[in-house]
Design a binder for this molecule. Structure first.
Ligand code: ATP
Ligand code: MG
Length: 595
């Protein structure tokens, strides 16, 4: 594996680094004393052993002292602000549940949403959960085919979208979606009336009653259907149950350190699992206020939001951090961000350089954490009160057993006890937000489990202190002259060079070495792509990584291809390099879109 070329000096923490008493102060003790039963007791539950996400997220606060607290604050693209208190959110979600009942939607039916980050989407999500139907968000920038594909797999009965999106993307699909019974549109009444086979969302909401007896769902009843990001292939529909809320709440407490007065901003779109587990559910279960920005990334706008909204806890993604790094630290200095106290990141590996940049720009490291659509919630994290090791994903949450395993030829799985050995990252099944299947793909689901482990498909290693280090996705790891090379390590080294904005690294087949490392690099604005810079970057990487691991080839690209959720798509770089079919492209980013 690549050497410790990248600066990995741990960042120690002391009480000076936190402004509140951290929820996780003594890691070992909290882990030892933790039980999922106790975590369940932190929530209300429903009569008869029931559990419903919407009750824990909305109704229980609306019925208590936090009823007038701001639950969601929406910042529209052009400056308008729409606020929903917990009490108001309870009323609107009840109305939406009544709308579903009136339309004859049954419990367990799939309710899809295709919309930007607008209030109606959040109301529909929580209202569907209240009603007992299964909510499935679609990213609003999807084109017709990805929409059709997911709605067909998910057997969508209801779709909530805007009139504009319906006209542009759904109308042409309608005959291909026989299962779609109701299309509820948000928009001007005349515009909706002109669209056959559709209903007016706002009219139905106006006609609906404010009271709804919440569905007495059981912990194991399906609640959410979430498609994976499609980074490695065709997206899979991961199924989650109401019990997931126990993990959302617990991880919000320990990994994001939610305190009752927090103002939280999760920049992820609800079309991805981060945007629903942490952009909707987890903060609400804690009764905190979430800020939601309808606009797409813009560094100055984002700093303005952090400042003006007084954001205290911020959850974002490596790609956003790299974009901010590209803009430069001087811009941050113009803003007063003193209320910000904790920053976390998820989605793909966070380069050590980005962790350190957080300290320079915001006065605190960015705390990487790791999870997947399948795990439903954060599994491994860097915590407020604990040393951060730049480049490491951190340590497992209380209640989560993570290990490095090797799979034998016979399929047997053996846990690796020794530190610093690479292998597949595996988790002991049984945490509440664990997915319960890939919809209609039983075999694929079954293959994720062996010998009592859930196998994540990611390669990692664990150091002697229990910190996990991401090596690469199993599919992305490069085998060169008998060495295993993780693209992340190479990308991180390249990112240390001042000219580099982003880097994607692949293995290119080679008759001698098996594979050679090839890098694709996009540059910061002030730099020109030429041979001299190429040579310089190759030399720079060789110095840091050694000749075996450093790229042998390097191409400049205008932009590294990414998923719409901001993940580098190495499989696409590879397919293009080798002239192979590009595979499922439904989640490829095509411009500057939401993260
Ligand atoms: P698909 O499964 O469709 O290929 P995907 O794996 O990108 O897409 P997600 O479930 O959104 O879909 O992403 C989870 C994956 O993202 C993880 O398995 C891991 O590879 C990567 N990831 C997420 N967070 C981190 C992190 N902090 N460090 C490294 N990798 C991460
Ligand atoms: Mg995956």
């Amino acid at each position: 594996m690549a050497g410790a070329a990248v600066n990995r000096k741990p960042i120690a923490k002391s009480p000076r680094d936190w402004r509140v008493a951290p929820n996780l102060l003594d890691y070992e003790r909290t882990r030892a004393e933790f039980s999922w039963d106790a975590a369940r007791r932190a929530l209300d539950g429903l009569p008869g052993g029931g559990l419903n996400i919407a009750h824990e997220a909305v109704d229980r606060h609306a019925a208590g002292p936090r009823r007038d607290r701001l639950a969601l604050r929406f910042l529209a693209k052009r400056g308008a602000v729409r606020d929903l208190t917990y009490a108001r959110l309870a009323v609107l979600t009840s109305r939406f549940a009544n709308v579903l009942t009136r339309l004859g939607v049954a419990r367990g039916d799939r309710v899809f949403a295709l919309a930007g980050r607008i209030p109606e989407l959040y109301v529909a999500a929580l209202g569907a959960l209240k009603h007992g139907s299964v909510f499935c968000p679609l990213f609003s920038a999807f084109g017709p085919e990805p929409i059709r594909q997911r709605m067909t797999i998910g057997d969508g009965r209801v779709l909530i979208t805007t009139a504009a999106l319906y006209k542009r993307k759904v109308a042409e699909l309608r005959s291909a979606l026989p299962g779609l019974k109701h299309a509820l549109l948000i928009g001007a009444p005349e515009e909706i009336r002109a669209l056959p086979g559709t209903l007016d969302f706002n009219r139905l909401m106006d006609e609906a009653g404010d009271q709804f007896a919440i569905a007495l769902t059981k912990p194991d009843d399906l609640a959410l259907l979430h498609f994976t990001s499609g980074t490695t292939g065709t997206p899979k529909g991961a199924m989650h149950v109401h019990e997931a809320v126990v993990a959302h709440h617990m991880t919000g407490y320990y990994a994001l350190d939610f305190h009752p007065d927090d103002i939280f901003w999760c920049t992820a779109d609800p079309g991805w699992v981060t945007g629903s587990s942490y952009g909707i559910i987890a903060p609400l279960t804690h009764g905190v206020t979430s800020v939601i920005d309808e606009a797409d990334f813009d560094a100055e706008r984002w700093y303005g939001i952090l400042q003006d909204q007084g954001v205290t806890v911020w959850y974002t993604a490596p790609t956003a951090v790299r974009m901010m790094m590209k803009v430069g630290v001087e811009v941050v200095r113009k803003y007063d961000l003193r209320r910000l106290r904790f920053i976390a990141s998820v989605g793909e590996p966070l380069n050590p350089e980005a962790v350190l940049w957080g300290r320079e720009a915001f006065g605190m490291p960015i705390h990487d954490n790791w999870w997947q659509t399948e795990t439903g919630g954060i599994m491994i994290a860097n915590y407020l009160a604990m040393e951060v090791r730049p480049g490491s994903m951190g340590r497992p949450l209380p209640g989560i057993d993570a290990a490095i395993v090797h799979r034998g030829k016979d399929g047997a799985v053996a846990e690796v006890d020794a530190p610093d050995v690479e292998g597949e990252l595996a988790l002991r099944p049984g945490w509440p937000s664990m997915f319960r299947g890939y919809l209609h793909e039983e075999e694929r689901y079954r293959k994720c489990f062996a010998d009592g482990w859930y196998l994540t498909g990611d390669l990692a290693r664990r150091d002697a202190d229990g910190y996990f280090w991401f090596v690469g996705r199993a599919d992305d790891v490069i085998k060169s002259s008998g060495h295993l090379i993780g693209p992340f390590e190479v990308e991180s080294a390249l990112l240390e060079h001042p000219a580099v904005a982003e880097a994607g690294v692949i293995g290119k087949p080679d008759p001698v070495a098996g594979e050679v490392v090839k890098a694709f690099v996009s540059l910061k604005a002030a730099y020109a792509a030429d041979d001299a810079l190429r040579r310089e970057l190759l030399g720079f990487a060789r110095k840091r990584l050694g000749a075996v691991v450093a790229p042998k080839e390097l191409d400049f690209v205008a932009a590294v291809p990414k998923t719409r959720s901001g993940k580098i798509m190495r499989r696409l770089l590879k397919a293009r390099e080798l002239g192979l079919p590009e595979g499922d492209l439904s989640t490829v980013e095509t411009g500057t879109e939401a993260l």
